[in-house]
Design a protein around this ligand. Structure first.
Ligand code: SF4
Ligand code: SF4
Length: 383
């Protein structure tokens, strides 16, 4: 596991305090979206589909700080849109660092190299760079030729200047697990702290609705990717969440663990779905009908979802909130090779490669943007 001890300690003590206080629904990571506009138009993104008058809007630094203080999270993710397009992003980041929040600034890195001198390295600040695989795959995914090279230049510059950097990848149906494993070698050689990854989730707004993963397909893909791991690969994620992706354990959605706040307010129920907004976090927790969400709810929108914003908080709360979870987490961190002959066979399965040619072609899609998506059929078969 690549997460620094100080960050793990902060999260562990936070979870324990909440547990001792008897709080059932508490947040771990705030998904703070300061704006929706972006300088890319990725296949699978539901953010940049908003009309122009919405794309022009943005949160002020004061609104960002108020949301963070209101919910009291130890970690803040700054997705978007592209946060580096926000004219006050440096002020927002500095204000969050001053509040000792661990920040993941999610960027496509097109502007990273040019603007990196405006930021100060800190253990609280990580640049989470959107990279969907190797050059060809990433450029197709973000619908921008040359996007991979620019992002890698940004990563190198940030690493050189002493910043924490975690490449952040979303993988869709048709992804070749061999390509992903090669990608892990390439990004770890860049000196990054660790890798972040997630299966895709389909937004109603996203233009590419054909390539999202169902649960069984996700587990099969992540078993092929994450079994027989190399020692050099580090992941900036809960090891129990990685086991969940591989189909080794099951969790229920903890959507309140990663609440989303943006220009509309607190989004019900999660970062992915938009079933209304509330003015306060308290109202979000108290008025959302949580039993209507998550895989076991039968809600078709949640049936295939395995994304980190819903299920990684479940893994973190399990890991830090119980002895059995703690031992499972320690075991997963210590014995992380996951030798699996069947998974090796999957790497030679032409079923993955058969989809490879059906990725979205650059220029063939309408504008889109982000990196978290889900399907619509319920498939609870083993991966
Ligand atoms: S299962 Fe996924 S889509 Fe449904 S509430 Fe949870 S995170 Fe959101
Ligand atoms: S997914 Fe692509 S288009 Fe959407 S916000 Fe991220 S970089 Fe921009």
């Amino acid at each position: 596991m690549a997460v620094p001890i100080s960050q793990m300690w902060t999260v562990a003590t936070y979870v324990l305090r909440k547990k001792l206080a008897g709080e059932k629904k508490y947040p771990l990571v705030l998904m703070l979206e300061p704006l929706f506009r972006c300088n890319l138009a990725c296949a699978g993104c539901g953010k940049v589909q908003y009309p122009p008058h919405i794309l022009k809007k943005q949160l002020t630094p004061e609104e960002c700080f108020a949301a963070v203080e209101e919910c009291g999270v130890p970690m803040v993710s700054l997705p978007g849109g592209e946060p580096l397009l926000h004219p006050q992003i440096v002020e927002i980041v500095n204000g969050l660092v001053a509040r000792k929040k661990y920040i993941y600034l999610c960027t496509n890195a097109l502007e990273l190299k040019r603007r990196i001198h405006e930021f100060t390295p800190s253990k609280y600040l990580t640049f989470s760079v959107h990279l969907d695989g190797l050059r060809e795959h990433h450029d197709m995914s973000v619908c921008r030729e040359g996007g991979w090279d620019i992002a890698v230049e940004g990563i190198k510059e940030a690493v050189k200047r002493g910043f924490r950097v975690t490449p952040n990848s979303t993988f869709f149906d048709g992804t070749d697990p061999n390509m992903v494993r090669e990608y892990f070698d390439v990004v770890m050689a860049l000196g990054v702290e660790g890798i972040v990854l997630s299966p895709g989730y389909s937004y109603d707004k996203a233009p590419d609705q054909q390539h999202f993963l169902g649960r069984a397909k996700s587990r099969r893909l992540f078993r092929a990717i994450l079994s027989n791991r190399k020692k050099s690969w580090k992941f900036n994620m809960s090891p129990l969440f990685l086991e969940f992706l591989m189909g080794k354990r099951n969790y229920e959605c903890t959507a309140w663990g990663s609440p989303a706040y943006n220009i509309f307010g607190w989004q019900k129920p999660c970062y992915l779905l938009q079933d209304g907004y509330t003015e306060t976090f308290k109202e979000l927790v108290e008025t959302t009908k949580w039993e209507e969400y998550g895989t076991s709810s039968g809600n078709p929108k949640c049936a295939n979802c395995m994304v980190s914003c819903g299920y990684e908080p479940s893994a973190v709360q399990h890991g830090f909130g119980s002895l059995s979870g703690f031992f499972a987490m320690a075991k997963a961190a210590l014995f992380s090779s996951y030798k699996d002959r069947g998974a090796l066979d999957l790497l030679h399965d032409s079923g993955f490669a058969a989809h490879h040619g059906s990725l979205v072609e650059i220029g063939n899609i309408a504008p889109a943007a982000a990196a978290m998506a889900a399907g619509h059929q319920f498939e609870e078969t083993r991966a």
